[in-house]
Design a protein around this ligand. Sequence first.
Ligand SMILES: Nc1nc2c(ncn2[C@@H]2O[C@H](COP(=O)(O)OP(=O)(O)OP(=O)(O)O)[C@@H](O)[C@H]2O)c(=O)[nH]1
Ligand SMILES: [Mg+2]
Length: 620
Amino acid sequence: MSGSLETVALAGNPNAGKTTIFNALTGSNQQVGNYAGVTVERKSGEFFTPHGKKLRLVDLPGCYSLDGGSPDQQIARKVLLGELEGEERPDLVVSVVDGSALERHLQLTLEVIETGLPVVVALNMVDVAESTGIRIDVQKLSEELGVPVVPMQANAGKGLLDLKQAMRHPFPVPAKADWTPEERQKRVLRICETAARRRDSYSATLTDRVDAVLLHPIFGWGFFLAIMFCLFWTIFAIADIPIGWIEGGTEVVAEWVSAKMPEGDLRSLIVDGVVNGIGGGVLVFLPQIVMLFFLIGLLESSGYMARAAYLMDGIMAKFRLSGRSFLPVLSSFACAIPGVMATRTIDSPKERLATIFVAPWMSCSARIPVYLTLVPLLFTDMTSVQKTLIFIGIYLTGLITALIVARLLRGRMGEDKVPNHFLLELPPYRAPQWGYIFRHVLGRAGAFLKNAGTIILAICIILWALSTYPKTDSEDPAEVLAHSAMGRISHVVEPLVKPLGFDGRTGTAILTSFAAREVFVTSMTQLFHVEESEDEDETLTNLQNTLSAATWPNGDKMFTLPALLALLVFYIYALQCLPTSAVVAREAGSWKWAAGQFLFMSGFAWVAAFIVFQVTKLFL
Ligand SMILES: Nc1nc2c(ncn2[C@@H]2O[C@H](COP(=O)(O)OP(=O)(O)OP(=O)(O)O)[C@@H](O)[C@H]2O)c(=O)[nH]1
Ligand SMILES: [Mg+2]
């Protein structure tokens, strides 16, 4: 018991629907996804029984057996045996099983029953079982197992009330048993024979037929690449419309403030520092980020992500990683933090460390604003298709480097004692859980806005102050900036970034984005002193115009193709995210590891940008 509340734990194989039940009972919005290993931490919430009794519910990561190897799976065992610090042993366990895969799932149910805790079986996914021609005799199953069995379809909210009822009347606990895995297996087979029947005429399911194409060695890859292309293309093609609104809105607000306030520092702070910093530098990127999360949610929820991992398994193996590393790597494209957390599903500690080390090289959503600002400067008059291809190139650069470094790292780490058998289950295709996806995307957008309203706002104000003070009498914006603190910093930074093709101002913008990458655009806007235009040219295009017109003191063009490429490469490789380092330190269990990763990645970024600039300069 925790406090005075009785605790119920949800245990079961991965992808059985535990979190779906958890969300339905507690009204939470924990992550669900149609692949194994979504939940990697225990989460708790509260709910009421029909009689008004308050209970505490704990959602556990999925596991195949109570003596599983990877860190997320050990949590389940520890909680059920009462060995986890800070978590008392639950009073009741709900064993969640997938009714369409009883033979696999009941193994764990038997193990859970053997722990001697009262158990209720949630026989989930009865809809899937039905559609694949499996009939389950709930009464018989309950008799054989000696615990209550409740048929459910959690994603449709069916069976929740019955589950609550059953929790009130668990059967008396059977005598403690200790079976060998073989004995358990035999028993499961016998139970399935008596309690479950498959229609004789078993025909290939829709999932089987679709998989024949999507997992095909040639068509499968073709489809995968097509999906990736569509993903990025949509981000460019559709997001333009809402971006226009945000840019327009920012301008209206800026003009309104300018008209209402007398000229002076305060007006400059609000217009240049806050409105344009947040609106033009951060908010304009919201539509693209929302879109990306929505599309990824769709792929996860439908079951396609697990197929992508399956396809990638062979490639990952060449780099001494398994398909298990693919999902963490994939989540890192949204944000490295959940990606690093998701490595908990990897059994092998060495593979896990290698994956943690390279995960931040996936281009996360915080880099999108930087790319969106720089890519259009590369060539004039690009179509969305060309931009999409460049974007894919940027993402691939990060991914391929990560794989190579992981390979080298694994080579140095030596052999692993833990055999890492890749046990990726392919879930059936499912209709996306729209409600969940929308809530998830809203949550992401909310987090992004909160970030914009707090940390980034603070940085914008600091940046504004640094570029405004100390003041001079000069009217020339360039002189004002040179005299300001920012101008002086940029003077100091210049020698460090000159070999990469940047001047001190770009160097300072890079420096500020070590606080948060999104700040880059705002910093550049202030450092290159983009005038708020009178005509309808928006801030972003304006920044792009200014940058493409910027010159060195001797009149040479500043943002040449080599310099832009070097800048892009720097942002692909640099680890500019303190929260990621903190999570890495926690997950890898050492600050040294996190610090080493930071130094290595930033050093790598500098060297890579240096090489790109110096080499491309020779040819372009
Ligand atoms: N058809 C059907 N789908 C379901 C049912 N319950 C859950 N799902 C889907 O099954 C998938 C997995 O659900 P989750 O709740 O994330 O599973 P989990 O057991 O928490 O998985 P892990 O966290 O990986 O251990 C999701 O796509 C759900 O929408 C059900 O009764 N029927
Ligand atoms: Mg879960």
